[in-house]
Write a protein that binds this ligand. Sequence first.
Ligand SMILES: CCCCCCCCCCCCCCCC(=O)SCCNC(=O)CCNC(=O)[C@H](O)C(C)(C)COP(=O)(O)O
Ligand code: A3P
Length: 325
Amino acid sequence: MSAHHRHPPSPVVLLVYPVTLLLGSLFSIISPTARASRGHTTASSPSGPLAPSLAADLHISESPVNYFARKNNIFNLYFVKIGWLWTTLAFFSLLLCQPAYRSSSSSSQTQQQTRPRRILQASIRYILATSIWYLMTQWFFGPAIIDRSFVITGGKCEQVLNEVGKIGSEESPAVHLETLFSAVACKAAGGSWKGGHDISGHVFMLVLATALLSFEAIGVGAFTAPSVTSQANGETTRDRKPSDPTSPLTSEQLHTPGTMRTWSLRLVWSVVGLGWWMLFMTAIWFHTWLEKWTGLSVALASIYIVYILPRTLAPWREMIGLPGV
Ligand SMILES: CCCCCCCCCCCCCCCC(=O)SCCNC(=O)CCNC(=O)[C@H](O)C(C)(C)COP(=O)(O)O
Ligand SMILES: Nc1ncnc2c1ncn2[C@@H]1O[C@H](COP(=O)(O)O)[C@@H](OP(=O)(O)O)[C@H]1O
């Protein structure tokens, strides 16, 4: 191995997500504000832990109970709604600024050889996660998987369906309906997406993005290049933390602009922090229990495939690697 590593984080850290959803859901039951809001919805929809709650009902978004219960809150519009763009920026900042991936004239020959492999494997992990996000939320040979699962479980684009009924024989409803089989198309046509099981896209994307960035950042944060001496001896000595002030700087650290390294990690941890906060807000104000848990399950299954499975399945690890290794 060409670099020192600490152990990758235990999968137990992923428990932070179910705990967040649990706390959010409990808060939504206990909080007087959230209870009052739920009371407000009961007129239009029966509210229970398994019934569409709060902002799943479109009217709620217009009555600002709490700033974060509004769909048009600034963090939802400019952070979550373009969340994969932020994830992409943060991910590539690691690729550009971290010593694990950055080329440097001081690198040993071994490092020069392993760096392209690390970059390639990190890119494969990103492409894999992006494809899962894309297929789940944007497109799956037509409507995304989340939209398809909603329709399969009995969901409909309600108001627009009524309109189609009124139109009668003038237009073929089949043609109309085909174009409304996605949440975006439905809302754009003035309808509301109601009925079936609506897997929470927010929970899915926020868990996938924050876990991906955390595993990547911890991996490259733990990466330190071997010292010149140990390289010369062809052996490694002891693990050095980049943050350890008593440990001598490695040749790599000496040549990597520290500010770039620091700022890329700050960007990543800011995206992770805000992502976690918005997940907590979604857990409090939006969706049913079941919809939040299915969003979580799909995201955790994806994280398992990309970050946990390679630890035990050698051929898979050969292909996609592990962050910082
Ligand atoms: C057969 C295999 C096919 C593989 C297909 C791979 C396709 C790869 C696509 C490549 C796209 C790369 C994009 C990278 C750059 C970007 O990130 S630009 C995208 C910016 N857009 C977003 O970030 C949108 C994020 N928002 C959402 O996903 C949803 O809004 C939501 C958060 C899930 C919520 O959904 P709602 O319906 O709004 O509730
Ligand atoms: N944390 C949050 N802040 C604001 N709105 C949120 C939110 N979490 C979910 N929503 C809104 O709740 C609806 C369902 O979200 P999702 O299925 O992605 O979890 C979406 O409404 P719109 O699609 O009308 O914007 C989404 O914007």
